[in-house]
Design a protein around this ligand. Structure first.
Ligand SMILES: NC(=O)c1ccc[n+]([C@@H]2O[C@H](COP(=O)([O-])OP(=O)(O)OC[C@H]3O[C@@H](n4cnc5c(N)ncnc54)[C@H](O)[C@@H]3O)[C@@H](O)[C@H]2O)c1
Length: 283
């Protein structure tokens, strides 16, 4: 069966949904990154932002092109370092000229996956590092913003996650546990940020997407085709994820908080699809 044709350009127009809003975007590595597409869409919607990534990712150089294109500054920060994050938050407020309205956490990395260690053969130093980068970093980012009182009233914070937090996908490995932790942090911090500052915190559970992080998962090709066949609307692309994130950063979703929001073409609620049945039906 041919894969459903996916739009390559944003089908939406610009509505100035983020006019006057200031933000911080973590995780734009190259033009396939979900954070890269999101930065481009936010720019189109009138938002301004600081781009950040780990110093090691900066050396790859591509983020500078995005910064130029969107008129943004780049501040390196390792999302596991409290010192780097405090510096990032202070400088961002200064550069952008006020408190922060939106933050995108699009960070993920498993050392066990990278080194080919299976879930039943984890090296726990690797597990700790992957958890720190992929999950605890979300708490560290929010705590840095909270302590500096850097979030504007009715601001919005989003992190990206995957459905392996709820259901088993064997090769997703320890990232499944990291995503479960990440989603829990969104709920817990969402409570305090909501009570104290009217700031909302959500996670978007995105379809498999061909990015550097995504393609690191073993058998990714099969994984993405299966999800495509199972999802009534087809897989959600990185650009569509960017569009959805724009709505969550806009003033149109001010009472949505502490949620894990599935952005997956219906995959998460589909038991089986006709295409998958046909694939397994013997003639
Ligand atoms: N690609 C998928 O299939 C998929 C599906 C659902 C959710 N997600 C999530 O989307 C998010 C973005 O990933 P992506 O798919 O765009 O891949 P990507 O590889 O383009 O982005 C991952 C980013 O994490 C950054 N990073 C790694 N260690 C860091 C650190 N110590 N400090 C700061 N940044 C660090 C990398 O430099 C990179 O920019 C991740 O949380 C990922 O788990 C991806």
């Amino acid at each position: 069966m041919a894969l459903k044709e996916q739009p390559t350009e944003s089908i939406t127009m610009s509505y100035n949904l983020l006019k006057g809003k200031r933000g911080i975007i973590f995780g734009a590595l190259d033009e396939n990154s979900i954070a890269w597409k999101t930065a481009e869409r936010i720019h189109e919607e009138g938002g301004t932002f600081v781009l950040t990534n780990a110093p090691v990712a900066m050396r790859l150089g591509q983020i500078k092109d995005l910064a130029e294109k969107t008129g943004s500054e780049v501040i390196p920060a390792d999302a596991t370092s409290e010192e780097d994050l405090a510096n990032l938050v202070a400088k961002s407020v200064e550069i952008l000229g006020g408190k922060i309205d939106f933050v995108l956490h699009a960070i993920g990395m498993s050392v066990n996956v990278r080194k080919g260690r299976s879930y039943t053969d984890e090296k726990y130093d690797f597990t700790n590092k992957g958890w720190d980068v992929s999950a605890l970093s979300f708490h560290k980012v929010m705590q840095s913003l909270y302590k500096a009182d850097a979030m504007a009233e009715w601001g919005s914070i989003v992190a990206l996650t995957y459905m392996a937090a709820q259901r088993v996908f064997p090769d997703y490995n320890d990232m499944a546990d990291n995503k479960a932790y990440l989603e829990s942090v969104a709920r817990s911090f969402g409570y305090f940020f909501g009570k104290e500052k009217n700031v909302r915190v959500n996670t978007i559970s995105q379809s498999p997407t061909p990015t550097t992080a995504g393609q690191g998962v073993k058998g990714f090709g099969g994984f993405i085709s299966y999800a495509e066949k199972m999802s009534p609307l087809g897989n959600a692309t990185a650009l569509e994820c960017a569009d959805y994130t724009v709505t969550l950063f806009s003033d149109l979703t001010r009472k949505v908080t502490m949620q894990n929001l599935f952005h997956d073409g219906g995959f998460s609620n589909t038991g089986v699809s006709q295409e998958v049945i046909e694939h397994f039906t013997e003639e």
